[in-house]
Design a protein around this ligand. Structure first.
Ligand SMILES: [Zn+2]
Length: 397
């Protein structure tokens, strides 16, 4: 069984919008309240509060008259918020995410309803404690719906994201295996030699975003004009995010549908973003989002996604004979192997290595040939052991 999400636009009435605002508010309050509590408790007693602790505290909090308004919304959503907070901490402890931050009213709002919701026969979305909301279900859903997340974008659009459990399809047994290297100049390079350029949506929109942002900062706080301007800024950001999503959905779908195995390098984006020169370009590429898509689409279409250890000399190793080119600098885009005379394109060679090293038996047989520490240092100075496209493309422009 795999999970899949469907996202449908919602059109609540003004009345319903008011109630949803309360749901978002309560969820945000609970998240922020317990985030502070967990942090404080840890600072005082070095004890980490778990979901079981916070859930009990939430029950107590609701009995307090001052917070009785928390009872107006679905209690399961509030518990779900606590679970989400716990997941955020788990991600942080596993070094997969940064420390959880307070949720702000002006950012995207959301709350999740794990059960007791339904879709009415006329296609409306029925949530606990409120009348059905108009929903545009633009495509049929396959599988068993489990939870629904209601969200509101900063531009004021409402969405329902429905999670379904789903029997995965089998991909055509064509035996296709592919290695893929993620980069900045080219977004993705396959071991078959195909290169998909990196569209850099954010960078392209940067001039306009800056202008909008400047204009926003000049508007009087609390004024109507400021609100209008903020909406324009939010819309511009939304457009960039949508363009990126569209590109990544198409590419990940193509890779998972056409192949049986896709091998990629596991990326340590968080560490790389600390290099501030690269940070913007890396965030703009959004590899993390792309890998998530690959993984769930892999499950859907029966394509195995092999994630490779972060550090092994994928660029420096000749994919034909195994020779390690120690002096391969970032500027060398093509090289000829002195051992076997093969001419390599740097990125295609890296993708081929990724595919070779992803084979399960090879990973067991060659543990010592994948040195961890030294390669981290060498290759990581610019985050380039990952074959991050050409350095020339990154130098200040
Ligand atoms: Zn060679």
């Amino acid at each position: 069984m795999a999970n899949k999400g469907y996202k449908f636009r919602l059109y609540p009435t003004p009345e319903q919008e008011k109630y949803l605002a309360r749901c978002f508010g309560c969820s945000r309050f609970v998240y922020n309240h317990f985030l502070r509590l967990i942090t404080d408790a840890y600072a005082e007693s070095k004890k980490h509060l778990k979901y079981t602790d916070t859930a009990k505290l939430l029950t107590l909090l609701k009995k307090n008259e001052q917070y009785s308004w928390l009872a107006e919304v679905n209690s399961q959503s509030l518990q779900q918020t606590l679970k989400d907070l716990e997941s955020a901490f788990i991600r942080f402890f596993k070094k997969l995410g940064s420390f959880p931050v307070f949720k702000k009213k002006r950012n995207c709002q959301s709350f999740r309803i794990p059960q007791h919701w339904s879709i009415t026969p006329d296609g409306m979305l029925k949530l606990p404690k409120m009348q059905p909301i108009k929903m545009v279900q633009h495509r049929e859903m396959e599988g068993m719906p489990s939870s629904v997340t209601i969200s509101k974008t900063p531009t004021g659009k409402y969405y329902a994201s429905i999670l379904v459990e789903y029997n995965s399809h089998e991909a055509p047994l064509n035996g296709g295996k592919i290695g893929a290297d993620l980069g900045l100049k080219d977004f993705l390079i396959t071991s078959e030699g195909k290169k998909y350029p990196n569209p850099r949506f954010y960078k392209r929109a940067l001039k306009r975003l800056k202008r909008l942002q400047r204009s926003l900062s000049r508007k009087v706080k609390g004024s109507n004009n400021r609100n209008k301007q903020r909406l324009l800024v939010a819309k511009a950001h939304e457009k960039v995010a949508n363009q990126r999503l569209d590109m990544q959905h198409k590419l990940s779908l193509q890779l998972t549908c056409e192949n049986q195995v896709v091998a990629v390098e596991e990326l340590h984006t968080l560490g790389m973003v600390k290099n501030h020169k690269l940070a913007q370009a890396i965030s703009d590429a959004s590899w993390g989002q792309f890998l998530t898509m690959l993984e769930y689409k892999g499950k859907l279409y029966g394509c195995e996604i092999r994630k490779l250890d972060r550090f092994f000399p994928s660029s420096k190793r000749c994919s034909k004979c195994g020779y390690i080119h120690e002096n391969l600098t970032l500027y060398i885009r093509e090289w000829t192997c002195p051992e076997c005379d093969t001419h390599h394109d740097r990125d295609i060679n890296a993708s081929t290595n990724i595919l070779i090293f992803s084979a399960p038996q090879i990973r067991q047989e060659l543990p010592e040939s994948t040195p961890k520490e030294p390669v981290v240092r060498q290759g990581h100075q610019g985050g380039y052991s990952l074959g991050l496209g050409s350095c020339a493309a990154l130098s200040p422009q």
